[in-house]
Write a protein that binds this ligand. Structure first.
Ligand code: SF4
Length: 1008
């Protein structure tokens, strides 16, 4: 039996030996079989270099099955289901069998079930099993109901496939093996070589057995007697030996294949029982970073340095245990540094702009039918202007529109035409082939002039939809289309990586070699993985009964992979890990790093002592290092950032040259820095405003409101943005504002109408006040919509009103009775009095309520829709002026001396007494209010309080008029809140003032 085995450790020359034997047999058209398409490219390239490609074929195992079947005269290749069609057949099978399933019925409805089942079927078929075999196992094993479901799904899939008159790749494999076994002469004794496989399915082993009956077959694998790191491959070697082996060649490790003695030592010693140590040198480095971006940037910087020093990008690889998860960030960092990279990972198409846009469109039309999905699609790449879409989003939010139909109605009402593409997609919904075509066109349009990933995503989506629509019954129903697209995957990079830095997992890279290799994300639980994955359907006993290999033993497999990674580099090895995440939370590094360290001399010290060897290998960057060191910046942009961060400026040219930027680049960066600094300085200095027209406009303001003055005192920049720039919120008015509006309106009308005939609610009339109050709330609510949020507002206002009126009823006998309601003064139409002139500036306002005693003294009330209001002693500290200014206005305009003013906290729950400043002379009369002693002040002090407010207001007006705008949160220096931004200020991203953590202070919900 001419089956030959070549085995040995990595870098022992197995690949060279295989190439040699392939070259030596060109005359008889040898076939070289390798695991992946990249291996195909790479071996073809190497054979080309040896001028040996003519006559030889390099292919994957799937290609070998197809080649043998075609050589044997099988027509099956033409009937082969594409991967998308096979998944469609699995989906159709699940749909047909679901209702008859037992334990798996609920799972079968979940997203991802079809993909997982397809993988299981692949394994079952690869092991040569048929539905009957699984059914037979279900009849004999525990958990048989579960296995019976698997058998039913398997049978349903086979039925759908056969009903379509198609075969899958396993059908082709069976056919190829059958043809070889029955009459293998058609293969004409072409020798077959297999290189780089970690595992072989039963079908693949059967193929090797059938081929070795008719020709020479040579299998080269990683295995070394006694090498614990390669123990995971023992089972494969034994399986091959069971086929009957003619010869075995053991290859020896060859130090000449590795240019670094240290790296050769690491590969040879890893996993050895008692490895000898060796001093570290510059061929090994450890990159310690904080956060994923930090790690990506640290790797990017080292890669850029290697390339700058002459290493070809194609001679660099970054190994990630999970490149789909960690690779996109790394690839984007390398791209930003100008490094060509190939991320060899499958990404969900829905994560691309094209896929995401299409999924959103399908969800809006046929799936969730949410307005948010329609908006997501329109924002994606529809070509509509951002301004138009912002306006549309604002209308949606303000009208609280959540359904896609209502959103479409609003769009058409606004723009007189439907958004692009929607009409034709809808029109095609009933015809799968046409719908697939329309969606392919939309995908292509969304990809536009983008290259690379977006174009590949558009093509993958178009192919998947088109191929499924080709076969009767496989096209997804419109409502399932979004979920189907979510299952489409796309290679982030396809084709030969050529002269690019490869980013891939260990399985894809293990058959290759590079000058420099980065093993990244060496974190506990990530590499080595905690669990090795594998199928989620079958238990170990079930697998054993079915003849499937046991799940890979995770620890042995991970050690095998790490060992394979150690064998990849010829010259330099970088081990990268993160010691914290972006927020500074500690992350544990991989124990494999410790194992590498133990291979170095001198051994690591015990007892937590600092390790000088490791310290010498580590290049660290902690969370505070947001930019690279100047001398290590990997690109002009990064260099400019690094110089800017250290406070450098326009005179940095010598420094930049020192950093290796070159004189011309240094000049460019210098100019960029200067412009950036000027722009930043301008953006950080909002005032003083100097535009004469602006100053003239500010100076011409006829009157100011109390809350406006308070807003300026709280922070002049905040006032400038909110009051003068007046940004419009996207969302409906905040609930507290709406509640406040209703409460004020209802209280004004109630006190004006006086239900039950009393001037204020009293115990006897409280019922009448409440009844009328709820009617007024209902009237106000009629102007709101019927959205649940608005209904909730109404319920809340009813509760607050009932509580306030009950409190008022208990205040009977104060001697003060409601007198003025919404007493307005200023220029407005409904104003009772004109603008109040104070020290050369004007005040306007509307006082919620003024009560009056029989002797003419007044008490000012201000309703606040908040749970906490300002005490008298904190009026200045909290920048409060309104109450004092209203007391002045009552005296001047209504000629009533105010004894004080009170804020009423309408949202307070347990302690609801009003706060403010009241003359102690009125303390007895107002006892029913339960005023705080600190809010009662001597008459002289009240006068002083008003005079002080008047002075402060005058100073604020003067600053406003001269445009003195600064980032100056909190009132004057010396007061507790000076320099502290209120936590509710939402303008921090605009003003860019760093905000230190502050004690939480509850936001006041209402400003009037
Ligand atoms: S974040 Fe602070 S400085 Fe900036 S606008 Fe708000 S209060 Fe003013």
């Amino acid at each position: 039996m001419p089956l030959h085995l070549i085995h040995g450790p990595p870098n022992s020359g197995r690949a060279g030996l295989v190439r040699q034997r392939v070259s030596a047999s060109l005359r008889v058209e040898p076939a070289l079989v390798v695991p992946t398409a990249d291996d195909v490219y790479s071996f073809e390239r190497e054979l080309c270099e040896e001028r040996a490609v003519l006559g030889a074929s390099v292919m994957s195992f799937g290609g070998l099955f197809a080649t043998v079947a075609a050589a044997g005269g099988s027509p099956l290749e033409a009937e082969l289901l594409t991967p998308a069609q096979r998944l469609g057949a699995v989906v159709a099978a699940i749909g047909g069998a679901r209702e008859s399933l037992g334990p798996l019925r609920r799972s079968a409805r979940r997203p991802g079930f079809a993909v997982a089942l397809e993988r299981l079927l692949d394994e079952l078929q690869g092991a040569g099993l048929r539905p009957d075999d699984v059914e037979a196992a279900a009849a004999t094993l525990e958990s048989s109901a579960y296995l019976a479901d698997v058998a039913a799904l398997f049978a349903a899939y086979a039925s759908v496939r056969d009903g379509l008159g198609r075969v899958d790749s396993h059908g082709v494999a069976f056919e190829a093996i059958r043809l070889l076994r029955e009459a293998g002469a058609f293969w004409r004794e072409r020798p077959v070589f297999l290189y780089g496989f970690d595992d072989l399915t039963r079908n693949q082993l059967s193929m090797i057995g059938a081929l070795s009956a008719v020709t020479e077959v040579t299998v080269a694998l990683s295995y070394e007697r006694g090498n614990a790191a390669l123990a995971a491959r023992t089972a494969l070697l034994e399986s091959l030996r069971e086929l009957g082996v003619a010869s075995e060649t053991e290859t020896e490790p060859n130090p000449e294949n590795t240019h670094s003695d240290l790296l050769f030592h690491l590969e040879r010693s890893f996993g050895a029982a008692a490895p000898a140590g060796r001093p570290a040198d510059g061929d090994l480095a450890i990159l310690r970073s904080a956060g994923q971006r930090g790690e990506a940037e640290a790797i990017g910087a080292e890669v850029a340095k290697l390339i700058a020093a002459g290493t070809e990008p194609g001679e660099i690889a970054v190994v990630l245990r999970d490149p789909s998860r960690r690779g996109p960030l790394l690839a984007s960092v390398l791209e930003a540094y100008g490094v060509p990279a190939a991320l060899e990972a499958r990404l969900p198409a829905a994560r691309t702009a094209v896929g995401g846009g299409l999924v959103a469109l399908l969800e809006a039309l046929f799936g969730s039918r949410r307005a948010a999905d329609l908006l997501r699609y329109l924002r994606g790449a529809s070509g509509l202007s951002a301004g138009r879409l912002d306006g549309f989003e604002r209308s949606l939010r303000r009208r609280r529109i959540e359904g896609a139909e209502a959103a479409l109605g609003l769009w058409e009402e606004t723009y007189d035409e439907p958004p692009p593409d929607l009409a034709r997609i809808r029109a095609a919904a009933a015809r799968p082939a046409r719908l697939a075509g329309e969606l392919a066109e939309v995908a292509s349009a969304l990809a536009g002039r983008e290259t690379g990933l977006e174009q590949r995503a558009a093509a993958a989506i178009a192919n998947a939809l088109g191929e499924r629509a080709e076969l009767e019954g496989l096209a997804p129903a419109p409502e399932a289309l979004a979920a189907s697209l979510a299952e489409v995957e796309v290679w982030a990079w396809s084709g030969p990586a050529g002269d690019r830095v490869r980013i891939a997992d260990p399985y894809r890279l293990r058959a290759a070699r590079f000058d420099c290799v980065f093993l990244a994300s060496l974190q506990e639980g990530e590499f080595p993985r905690r669990d090795g994955g594998g199928d989620p359907f079958l238990s170990e006993p079930q697998r054993e009964w079915l003849g499937l290999p046991p799940r890979r033993e995770t620890e042995a497999e991970e050690r095998y992979l790490f060992h394979a990674c150690l064998a990849l580099p010829r010259r330099r090895l970088f081990l990268a890990y993160r010691d914290s995440d972006e927020d500074g939370a500690a992350e544990a590094r991989s124990p494999l790093l410790g194992e590498v360290r133990r291979l170095l001399d001198p051994p690591p010290p015990g007892g937590g002592e600092p390790d000088p060897v490791e310290a010498g290998l580590i290049r660290g960057r902690d969370l505070a290092g947001v930019v690279h060191r100047v001398a290590e910046a990997p690109s002009e942009t990064e260099l400019a950032r690094a110089v800017a961060a250290r406070g450098g400026g326009v005179d940095e040219a010598p420094l930049l040259e020192l950093a290796g930027a070159g004189a011309k680049a240094a000049a460019r960066i210098d100019a960029r820095l200067g412009a950036a600094r000027r722009a930043e300085a301008a953006s950080r200095a909002p005032g003083p405003l100097s535009n004469p027209a602006v100053l003239e406009a500010l100076g011409a303001v006829p009157a100011y409101g109390g809350t406006t003055l308070e807003g300026f005192d709280l922070c002049s920049y905040r006032w400038f943005v909110s009051h003068e720039l007046d940004p419009q919120p996207l969302d409906p008015a905040p609930d507290p504002l709406v509640q406040g509006g209703i409460m004020h309106a209802v209280l004004e009308r109630l006190y004006a109408e006086r239900p039950g005939g009393e001037v204020a609610p009293r115990p006897g009339s409280l019922g009448a006040w409440l009844t009328r109050g709820y009617e007024l709330v209902a009237e106000a609510a009629a102007e709101l919509g019927a959205h649940p949020a608005e209904r909730a507002i109404v319920r809340r206002v009813e509760g607050l009103l009932g509580r306030f009126l009950a409190d008022e009823a208990r205040r009977e006998g104060s001697g003060f009775e409601p007198w003025l309601l919404e007493a307005a003064f200023g220029e407005g139409e409904g104003a009772d009095r004109p603008v109040l002139e104070i020290d050369g500036w004007g005040l306007h306002g509307a006082i919620d309520r003024v009560d009056r005693a029989a002797d003419g003294r007044a008490l000012v009330h201000d309703y606040k829709l908040s749970s906490r209001v300002t005490a008298g002693e904190k009026l200045e500290e909290e920048a409060k002026l309104q109450l004092q200014l209203y007391m002045i206005a009552v005296a001047k305009h209504w000629e009533a001396k105010a004894v004080g003013g009170l804020y009423h906290p309408l949202r307070a729950s347990s302690v609801r007494r009003p706060r403010g400043a009241v003359s102690a002379e009125a303390a007895d009369e107002l006892a029913a209010y339960g005023l705080s002693r600190t809010d009662l002040i001597e008459p002289g002090e009240l006068e002083g309080l008003l005079a002080d407010a008047r002075r402060r207001a005058g100073e604020i007006v003067a600053r406003m008029r001269r445009g003195d705008i600064r980032r100056d949160p909190g009132p004057r220096p010396g007061l507790r809140n000076h320099g502290v931004c209120p936590p509710f200020c939402e303008f921090a991203p605009i003003c860019r003032r760093d905000r230190a953590p502050v004690e939480p202070v509850e936001e006041e919900g209402e400003e009037r």
